[in-house]
Design a protein around this ligand. Structure first.
Ligand code: FPP
Length: 230
């Protein structure tokens, strides 16, 4: 969800005002995702490397997450939205962890959308921690590794494949996000700053995704038919 800081700076406002506006864009994305056919929406809210930011910004973000979890839990439960916070929890403030646990419990029955929010998340860190849990005796498999990855990050389900990755604000990087799960993700870049990202923008991204031909390393369907015929 890139671009909050630049959005605020353009208005001469503090960075946290940008994050607050970003939280409104989160609401729009969550409202629009189910009608666009998304079963899971994962938002990258705080990376393992975001600890390098000034303490006041970090504390402000954690307060914002706590406030929004508190304010949205009931509505999400009513709308069938299951909230799952993925990432490490051992470095987060105790109050935030308590809020995360109660939000997850209150929305656990949601079936319309799995809303995953990545907080203190680092894909490389997760991969290392999951690898440490690989049993030495059992033959490893991708399925087993996906389950271990889910386990270390408190994921509600075994690491789901990412279909579409949207990056805002003109950045064109993965930034340590869901590296295992993005093996065949379609990438979509937009210059829009995250606070300006609307339901229409999400729709445009999904439409672009629908035009992509996904081959997963195989041949195009028509080429496969020709290959089978010769
Ligand atoms: C990246 O933009 C954004 C973040 C590190 C924070 C994202 C947090 C929110 C959108 C707040 C709301 C979230 C929830 C789940 C309620 P940046 O700060 O790097 O922006 P810049 O690149 O313009 O400086």
């Amino acid at each position: 969800m890139d671009g909050n800081g630049r959005w605020a700076a353009a208005r001469g406002w503090p960075r946290l005002a940008g994050h607050r506006a970003g939280a409104e864009a989160v609401r729009r994305a969550v409202e629009n995702a189910p009608r666009l056919g998304a079963g899971t929406l994962t938002l990258y809210a705080f990376s393992g490397d975001n600890w390098k930011r000034p303490p006041a910004e970090v504390q402000g973000l954690f307060r914002l997450f706590e406030e929004h979890l508190r304010a949205e839990t009931r509505k999400c439960a009513e709308k069938g939205i299951r909230i799952n916070i993925i990432g490490r929890r051992d470095r987060l403030p105790r109050r935030l962890v308590t809020m995360i646990e109660s939000t997850e419990a209150a929305t656990a029955g949601g079936r319309n959308l799995l809303l995953r929010i990545a907080i203190d998340y680092s894909a490389r860190d997760s991969i290392v921690r999951a690898a440490q849990r690989l049993p030495r005796t059992k033959a490893s498999s991708r399925e087993l590794f996906s389950r271990l990855l889910a386990e270390v990050d408190h994921c509600a389900a075994a690491a789901p494949e990412v279909d579409l990755l949207i990056r805002t604000s003109g950045e064109q990087r993965l930034s340590d996000f869901l590296l295992w799960e993005c093996a065949y993700a379609e990438l979509y870049f937009t210059p829009k700053l995250w606070p300006d990202f609307t339901g229409k923008d999400l729709e445009a991204a999904v439409e672009a995704f629908r035009q992509r031909e996904r081959r997963f390393g195989a041949l195009r369907t028509s080429a496969a038919v020709v290959a089978a015929a010769v």
